[in-house]
Each structure stands twice: as C-alpha cells, then as structure tokens.
Design a protein around this ligand. Sequence first.
Ligand SMILES: [Fe+2]
Ligand SMILES: [Fe+2]
Length: 190
Amino acid sequence: MNINSIKSRLREMLSKERLEHSINVSEVARDLALNFGCNVTKAEIAGLLHDCAKDLDYKTLQAMIKEYNIKTDKLIYKIPKLLHPLVGAAIAEKEFNIQDSTILKAIRIHSTGAVNMSILDKVIYLSDKIEPLRNMEGVEEVRKIVWEDLDRAMLMVLDKELLYLISEGLLIHPVSIKARNNILNKVVYT
Ligand SMILES: [Fe+2]
Ligand SMILES: [Fe+2]
C-alpha cells in the first residue's frame, strides 16, 4: 500500500484531529529520518499508521487482541492507552499489508518505548511527542535537541512521561522504566 492509499484508508478510520496528528507525525518522522539517515518511506508509513487503532473503544481493542492473538501481559489491560499500539501494529500488518517488521515494531512500542530502540523506533516515538499540535511542557526544548541528539531527546521525553505518570498516580509499565534506564546508561553512564 502506498502513502496515498494509506492516507485515504485512514480517513475512514480516524477522527479529523487524529488524522491530522498522524499526518503531522509522519511529516516530522520523514524529516528526522532524513536527518539521521534512516529509511524515509518506512518512517512516513510508521508515522501515519502509529495511531490507527487509537479511535477504537476499549472493548473492541480487547476483542482484537484476542482475534489477532497478540502477545500481551495483564498489566497492559490496566493501562488502556497501551492497547492501541499493539492492536495498531496488528492492523497495520493485516489490514494495510505492512510486512516490514521494523515498521511494525516502531508502531508497537510507540507508547512505552523499549530497550535498544532502533533509530526508526526513536524517530516515531519522538515525532509523536513533538509534532506541531503537541504542547506538553518543555516540548520546545525537545524540538531543538532532537535534531542533534535522538538519545538525549528520548531521555528528556521518557523522564517527562514517567514524572507525569507519577504525579497523576498512574501505573507505569516496567518496559518504560527499562527503556529509560537503557537510554540513561547510553547518554550519561557511557
Ligand atoms: Fe499512540
Ligand atoms: Fe500519536
């Protein structure tokens, strides 16, 4: 499926705001991919599709996890926002016929992060957080640093995410803590 047919299919699946966000993410991802020498088309596709399951309700997401036999863990069901990346990767594969495992992985981990993220993984994770419609505190600083140092930008965003979850009294998936330790080791301790 090419970029244009992905876009027109997404138009049927997503709200106007979500579609706009997805297009923005794919545009930032394309520029970051160019900047860091990773595959531009893969970045665009992963950016477009990363939230393709985000407008589905909790029950539908649960049903699709069963239907597609998606590997998950019990904790994820208690953190509803972590379901859409898993289902999104499955939809990208089954309904958009994306076979590239690096694209599917970038979609799958775009909310939690992961240990040993590839450049594409980081590009998608960060594009999602810094696209023009995003306005989290400190986003301007990340928008500057990201062009020089993907890892430092990752660390800044992971720190912000974890601090937010703690301040709101929300559950943290251990994968996010591992991702942050992994990046922290790379940026500070090596
Ligand atoms: Fe998402
Ligand atoms: Fe997103």
